[in-house]
Design a binder for this molecule. Structure first.
Ligand code: NDP
Ligand code: GDR
Length: 361
């Protein structure tokens, strides 16, 4: 933990990441350090360690002792700390990835989600203004395909109208528009990345892809009987987080601030993800029943592997997300390197390795 002040002047490569301890923040920190940046991030106070995803960076002398990575206690609900850190660090680039990012949880924690995801974005923009950095600091806002919500048009691009379907998406809608407003009102270089779902072995355990790959690994090792899931029919455009953090950086390297969709351009159902993940360990799923009574079985042995549990259903669901990333491909020169099939394999293999080392994980 470091409260050290940056020695770098405003012209050097200095980045500030909110959400550095999360999936994307950890990959982005790696990516930026690799590019020679000094990276600062905020760390939330918690009763147990929450630095698991960046521990390897923190322990690397080149990143830490060499002054390449600095963590500051902070929170997007605390204006004073944001002003203080930003004034001190004077980042050239800010990546606002910090959020209560779980859609289902946002129905239970709706006000808190708005505090962090909506007002947190406003606090950050204001902190940049208070520090008088609005003309020199570029800002990336983690916007989301969840803004499209109820299907209005397929595929979804930068011009598709929004129809949010959760407190999370409504909070992120405010974040999107306040970024656009500050860009227009104060000439700030602020961009929204409309990123579709992206996953990895570092994905939080309660998101559906990771829940499935952990479940497959545990079942294979005899540590679990069956995976309980919610809506198997919803479709997502899933990519790999490693590819998506590059798009964030590219947005801030442009001459003009603009908003971009980042997606693979293919949609797969949750059911299909389950089939691919079990397929990778040599098991074919046979589906029986329908709706809340649907179950998935090993086609050879009949063993029950998947069961629907309505407790995982959402009050309002997003049925289909499919992105059109043509603008990012043309203007940023961005294209994904990791396919959907490779993503599934990466996650299952990683969870198998993890569970073998530590069955309690
Ligand atoms: P994670 O849930 O993995 O990480 C969220 C990060 O935000 C964590 O570092 C978390 O800290 C931090 N955080 C939570 N609450 C606060 C707070 N009050 N103040 C400061 N930081 C906070 O999310 P991802 O890495 O997957 O996503 C990154 C961002 O991108 C999020 O804003 C998400 O909404 C958005 N997004 C994600 C997509 C995806 O598919 N992954 C797609 C589109 C957008 P801690 O570790 O302490 O919990
Ligand atoms: P999402 O991701 O809501 O798209 O938000 P999540 O993995 O939670 O859900 C994807 C779809 O799977 C269905 N589903 C389940 N989901 C979870 N979590 N658990 C289950 O057991 C389950 N069973 C079925 C869901 O109903 C849904 O349709 C993610 C987050 O990263 C957001 O922060 C981000 O903005 C969006 O992706 C783009």
């Amino acid at each position: 933990m470091s409260g050290e002040t940056s020695n770098a002047c405003a012209n050097e490569k200095v980045a500030f990441i909110t959400g550095i301890t999360g999936q994307d923040g950890s990959y982005l920190a790696e990516f930026l350090i690799e590019k020679g940046y000094e990276v600062h991030g905020i760390l939330r106070r918690s009763s147990s360690f929450n630095t698991g995803r960046i521990q390897h960076l923190y322990e690397k002398p080149a990143c830490h002792s060499g002054g390449r990575m600095h963590l500051h206690y902070g929170d997007l609900t605390d204006t004073t700390c944001l002003i203080s850190i930003i004034s001190k660090v004077k980042p050239k680039e800010i990546y606002n990835l910090g959020a209560q990012s779980h859609v289902k949880v946002s129905f239970e924690l709706s006000e808190y989600t708005a505090q962090v995801d909506a007002l947190g974005t406003l606090r950050l923009l204001e902190a940049v203004r208070v520090a008088r950095l609005e003309k020199q600091t570029k800002i990336y806002q983690a916007s989301t395909s969840e803004l499209y919500g109820k299907v209005v048009e397929i595929p979804q691009n930068e011009k598709t109208p929004f129809y949010p379907r959760s407190p999370y998406a409504c909070a992120k809608l405010y974040g999107f528009w306040i970024v656009v407003n500050y860009r227009e009102a104060y000439g700030m270089f602020a961009c929204n990345g409309l990123l579709f779902n992206h996953e990895s072995p570092r994905r939080g355990e309660s998101f559906v892809t990771r829940k499935i790959t952990r479940g497959v690994a545990k079942i294979q090792l005899g540590l679990l009987d069956c995976i309980e899931l919610g809506n198997l029919d919803s479709k997502r455009d899933w990519g790999h987080a490693k590819d998506y953090v590059e798009a964030m950086w590219l947005m801030l390297q442009q001459e003009e601030p603009e908003d971009f969709v980042v997606a693979m351009g293919e949609a797969h159902s949750v059911r299909e993800f389950v089939e691919k993940a079990f397929g990778h360990v040599g098991r074919r799923i046979e589906w029986r029943g329908s709706g809340v009574d649907e179950t998935g079985h090993d086609a050879s042995t009949g063993q029950l592997l998947v069961r629907v549990n309505p407790k995982y259903f959402r009050p309002t669901e997003v049925d289909l997300l499919l992105g059109d990333a043509s603008k990012a491909q043309q203007k940023l020169g961005w294209s994904p390197k990791i396919t959907f099939d490779q993503l599934v394999v990466d996650m299952v293999d990683s969870d198998l390795e993890l569970m073998k080392k530590n069955p309690q994980a």
